[in-house]
Every structure is written in C-alpha cells, then in structure tokens.
Design a protein. Structure first.
Length: 121
C-alpha cells in the first residue's frame, strides 16, 4: 500500500492535513468520508516528497559549522579546493615532493595564478 497525504475539513470546519496508507486515491477518499471528513485533496506521496534532507541529517550542525569555517578560511587564503582536499593532493603529480617554483612551471611571460604563493606555504 502507498502513502497518501490529504487535506480535508472536519465537522468543526477546520482543515485537517495528515498522511494515511491506502490502495488508491479513491479508496483513501472513501475511508476519509466514512470518518466524517469532507475531502479537499488526496495525493500520493512519492519518494521525492518523503524527506529530501535525509542524507544530511547524519551530519551534526556543529560539524557543519566547523567545516564551513575551515572551507571559508582556505578559500580566503587562496588555496584551491584540489590542493585543500587530501585525496586530490595525494594523487597529484607533486605529492610527496617539494612544489616547484612558479618559474619552473610557467613560461616567463605568464604570471603565477592568484593565490599560488599562499599554496606554497
């Protein structure tokens, strides 16, 4: 049986919103009418409506705050995301080696990218 959301008016004239299980919209509406409700709307609740934030509920708010502050600090310092991420930097061609001087990588006519000097620190 599927999960349905509904809106209905009760005997006092107040709108009731809730969820119920049923075999179809018509069956749910019939059941609600038997309970004395005047059905306004019945919709099947699909997967997208259930809880789109479920994957993020495992992350504690304090951890998210710390991550955001650290990320902002690194970006403001000019560190690229590739350099900041341990897996990305460990798979780079410079892992385990001293970073080259800008003159060794760039032609003399080019200037180093913004933040390259902070990357070297």
């Amino acid at each position: 049986m599927a999960l349905y959301t509904y809106r209905a008016l009760d005997k006092q004239g107040e709108i009731v919103q809730d969820k119920t299980e049923g075999s179809g919209e018509m069956a749910v509406a019939h059941e609600l009418r038997q309970q004395g409700l005047l059905v306004i709307d019945v919709k099947e609740q699909n997967v997208a409506q259930k809880d789109i934030l479920a994957p993020f509920k495992r992350i504690k708010p304090n951890d998210l705050v710390i991550f955001s502050r650290q990320l902002a600090t690194m970006i403001n310092a000019g560190i690229s995301l590739g350099a900041a991420h341990p897996r990305a930097s460990s798979s780079s061609r410079w892992s385990g080696k001293a970073l080259p001087e800008p003159e060794d990588v760039l032609p003399r006519t080019q200037t180093p990218p913004l933040g390259y000097d902070s990357y070297l620190r």
